[in-house]
Structure formats: structure tokens, C-alpha cells
Design a binder for this molecule. Sequence first.
Ligand SMILES: Nc1ncnc2c1ncn2[C@@H]1O[C@H](COP(=O)(O)OP(=O)(O)OP(=O)(O)O)[C@@H](O)[C@H]1O
Length: 682
Amino acid sequence: MPYLIVLDVSHNEISDFFGFQPPKNLKEVDFSHNHISSMKDLSAYTCLRKLILDYNSISEIRGLEKCSSLTHLSMEHNKILRISGLRNLPLRQLYLKGNLIKRTENLQTLRTLQILDLSSNRIQSLSGLQDLHLLANINLESNMVGEIKECTHLQYLLLLRDLNLKRNPVQEQPDYRLAVIFILNHLTVMDEKPVTVEEKVLAVNKYDPSLEVVAARDHMTHMMYQHMQPQGIFDSTLPSLDTPYPMLVLTGPQACGKRELAHKLCHEYSDYFGYGACHTTRGPYFGEEDGCDYHFVQDEEFQNMIRMGSFVQTMQYGGHWYGLSREAIESVAREGLACCVHMELEGVFSLKTSYFEPRYILLIPTRIEDYISHMKARGFYTNAQIEKAVSRIDLYTKINRERPGFFDSVIICDDRNEAYSALRQLIKEYLGLEEQEKEGRRSTGVTPQNATTDEGGESTAAKKLDANPTDTYSQNYYSKVQTRLLPQKTSAELASIHRRQQMVRDALVGKIPRAYTQLFKRYVHPVPSLLTPQSADHNEDSSSEESCASSGLSMNSSARVLSVGSPADGLDAGSGPKVEPLDVSLLGQNLETLKGKDHTTQRYFWTILYKCSFPADHMEPGLSPDSSRSAPEQASPTVVSSPGRPGSNAKPILPPIPLGRKAAESGSVQQLTGQAGQVDEG
Ligand SMILES: Nc1ncnc2c1ncn2[C@@H]1O[C@H](COP(=O)(O)OP(=O)(O)OP(=O)(O)O)[C@@H](O)[C@H]1O
């Protein structure tokens, strides 16, 4: 039978494998269910593609070396002790189920193998399979694989879709299925069950959660524990009408200098910032003081604090816990200061989920060698810690690159002094101190050196406004108000005003605003009923106490005219924006009366002033530089932010910083803190 291609001699009593010399052109041979105990040399059968020898008594694979066409070999239920004799065969399917195999060895040359069945053997390790890159299906059911980590041998088999590890001791491991799905994330079927999308997401969230997930969990934990405690109102940091409590977060990799810079900043601008000391379970380094750099606590106390809902956020770094407590922020806020803290990226993510809305400054080293030398020179860190810190630089740069606006500003910190100058400059811009200094120099003739430290950087006009010169609270307060009331305008501000004037002119002649003008419209926060003026008469009575709040409100209501038109104002509703000039002079008059106001009113007033300071966001058409007002009494608002900074007109950089409540001796401060205490107690 020279043309015989398929030979099936299964289920016989044959004991001599190929003993009857079948023709050489055979392509498929089935010798299953016989009594064959050993294999013979099949070198002559070069055309053989499929060989089935299931249910025999063969203990060793051999004689196949020259079968250069063999793609399918099945030797299930034999007595094979080890895999051998398969070197360089073009096998695509190999079935060795039900043998006595202990190791997945001598398979690495089977580069074309796609299906491997080694079920019902004695295999403990998956080492030896890692180079079989075409493997799509591995059956290891009923073996002795005990460790999840064995799956790492398969993790680079990118075509692997189906893995069966049923009836292996590894199934007893906690979260076995999720762990394997995480390691082998290309699997679509595991243990004969489809792998669902939900399982894949769960696996990633469990074993390699994104920073958002970590932050969400952290936030959830603290919120839950906080809600389990008796609730008190944190008055000092309570977000006001539409401005959050001002906070500054310096972030960056470990030892990049953020802590040092935070301390320096709080020291220099002690009227504005207070250092928020976090809690940590790590021991103090040489020279560190408890309560100054950190609150150093034992692990047990830290965990206790978590359970008491004391933290806003926590994170583990280098095997230690770090956490920013509500009280740390609150104690700074009670001083009337903005809280300045430093933290790692995870902390930033976590804080971003909370109701705090800090400004984030990224400090990033670019000269890695210098960074490493600096860490080595500190002498606190092991090589592993240094490596970790260095590797995290990429994480920060990646986030900064991929998420524009995630950090409000980035400062290169290769040189600490330069970094501090940059930070200082930024803060001065944020706070409008630049303008204040300039004005101070102009009006008092002070030199730049003493101008920075001189609280009297305030203008003469400010001093005039100051009711009580010995009262430092009032000094701070008025100098800052005055800064914002200075008449100069930046070019960006003027451009914005002109644009809006043009819009109004267009509206008056009935032109429909072009589509892009919508870009300049902003959401106007609704005025809370607490402060809503009862009537128009109220607004006009600027001498009454109520009028200071309502005059502030009149600005806000003038903001509303952009979106809400009324025929009574001389323009048809919907025909375009209407004009209602903003009388900023009222502000100046009302500053006097505001002093006696409660905390909320003052904070609201600051909000209004703040809006005035960002006319691109809040200034209305008709508020022109040449309107009938004259400086300084009828001064117009001044832009505090630098117009060149990207996004500077899109988002206020810092919420209005402190009311200058630091001076505890001030009567007004006492009044404020007294109120805060009452609310807390209530
Ligand atoms: N509450 C927190 N949340 C997140 N990260 C924090 C927190 N408190 C501190 N960190 C950060 O944890 C890291 C380790 O803090 P640690 O004080 O041990 O570092 P360090 O070696 O002194 O370096 P650094 O000068 O950056 O503080 C630092 O990057 C620090 O900023």
C-alpha cells in the first residue's frame, strides 16, 4: 500500500510499535489503546504529521528526531517520566496528559507549539515554558502547582489565552484567580471559565491600582471613619461661599527640598502661611523636631488616629505611614493663615479628592547626578531608597506631561536657592505682593530691600483707610485690600475690557455675539440667601451696616447682568449682554463698616474683592478704565496674576489668602476666633 496516508490501528493488542513496516508516505497514524511499551526510530517517516500513541505503556519519548513534518503528537495516558526526544520538532500540538511528568523541561526548542496539554501529571513549577511564545492554550489541570508566582513564567507569553490550573494546590491561595488574571492579563479563559472585564479591572485595582484608585480608597477610608465620629464644624477651613480655604502644597520626589522650602516660605511669609506638620510613624532624623517637621508617632497611635477619622489623607512611603491631619490644617487656619504642606504624589491625588482645593507646586530635580549626590550626602538613605526616589522622578514628570494643569506650577529644584527664589516669586505674584511693594516704594520711597520685609509696603491711601494704626490685623487687611484696588491695569486686563466693551457695543446695535465670545462667559455663583439683599433700597443705603455685604453683592449681581437681562434695564432680554457699571468705590467706603462684620461676611467680601482682581473672569462690560471714577477713591481693580502665565485667566491661582488674622492681640481676631470656637463646640 505505497499510497496509504492515514493509518488507524487503535484499540488492538499491538505491542510492537511500527513492527509491521507500514508505507513511508503515512501522514497520520493512530496507535492508541494498544500495548506498546517502547518507541522505535521513525527517521524514515519524514511525511508523518500526526502521531497518536494514547493509552499505551510507553515510558520514554524517542525515535522522532527526524520527523521533520510532525506537528501533532499525542501520548496521553502512558508512563512517561520526563519530557525528552522532542528537540526541534515543528510540533504545534503536544498532548501528554496522564503521565508521570514532574517538570516542564526540554520544551524550549518547540518554538511553534500552540497547544500544550500536561494535565494529570506531577508538575510543580512552570519554569521552562517561558520561551514558547506561540503558546495559546496550556492545560495543567490536576498537577501540583502550589505557588501563584509560578505564573510569572508565563507572563511574557503574549498569545496565551487559555490556562487551566484546576485541581492544583495553588487554587487554595487567597485571591488566586484575581492574582493569576493580574499576572497573565491576556487570558480570556481561565480554569475553563471566561475571564470577564470586571475581573480584569478588579485584578488591576487590587494589585496595581492607579493613583486615582489609591486616592479614592484613602479618601473613602478617612471619610468613613470621620463620619463615625461625633461631628463638629471646622469653621476655620470651611469652604466659604465660593472660595476654598487657601492651601499650598509642595510636591516632588523625596528629598527634593520641598520640606526645606516649605519651612523657609512659612518663615518669610509668616503673615500668610503656616506650616502644616504631618504625622509620621518613621523615627526622627538627626535634628528633626517633634511638632515642627512632623508629629512623630508610633504605628499604633497612627492607626488609632485613622480610626478616629483624624486624617484628611494618608500614605505609606518607604514602609512608614504619613498623614495630614485635619487638626494640622485647622490649627494653621485658626491663625488666619494659609496652610503650606509638602507631600508625595499619592498625597496630592488623595487631597484632590477632598473638599480642600490647594494649589500644587511641583518641585522637580533635573540633574539626577546632583540629586543622587545630595541624597547620599544627607546620609539617611540606603541605595534602595535613593533608587526608589530617583525612579519616582519619572512618575512626576509623566503626570506633569500627561495632565496639563494637574500641578499649578513647576519649579526645577536642582539648586535650592534658585528654587526658593522661583517659589518666592511665584508666591509674591499669587499674593499680589509685587504690586504692593511697587506701590509701597512709590508712595513711601522705600528701597526694594526693606520693601519686602516692610509691612508698611501699603500705600498712603491704605494708611488713611487704616482706622487703628496699632491694630496689625487692620494693617494687613487694608494693605491687601488696597493692593487690589490700585488703578493700574495689565495689558491682558485692558484687552479683556476692550473685548467686553466691543461686545456691549455690538449688542446695542443688535449684533449677535460671535460664537467664540461664549468662551469669555463664566459661571456666576449664586448669591446665598443669607447675604442676598432684601431690596434695591438696601443697596443704596451704603451707610448702614448691612450695606457692606449688599454692596459686595451688588457687584455680584452686576456680574449676573451678563447672563440675565431684563427689559427694565433698557435692553431686551436675550438681545445681548446688558451693562450695569460696577461701582467699585462702594468697596472703599464699605471697608470701614466691614471691620465689625462676622467671619463669613468678611470672607464673602474677600471673595468679591478677589473676583474684582480677576476681571477676565468676573469683570463686566461697562467697567471701563475711563468710566467716571477717579483714583484712588474710585479705584478700579488690579490684576494680581501675571498675564503671561498660561491659564492665568482661566483659574484663580490662589484663593484669597488670609484675612491677616494672625495677630492674636487684635480685638477683631479675638472676636473671630471666639466665634469659631463657639461653632466648633456647637
Ligand atoms: N501626609 C503625607 N502624604 C504624602 N506624602 C507625605 C506626607 N508627609 C510627608 N510625605 C512625603 O513622604 C516622603 C518621605 O518623607 P520623609 O520626611 O521621610 O522624607 P525626607 O527624606 O525627609 O525627604 P523630604 O525632604 O522630601 O521630606 C517625602 O517625600 C514627604 O514629602
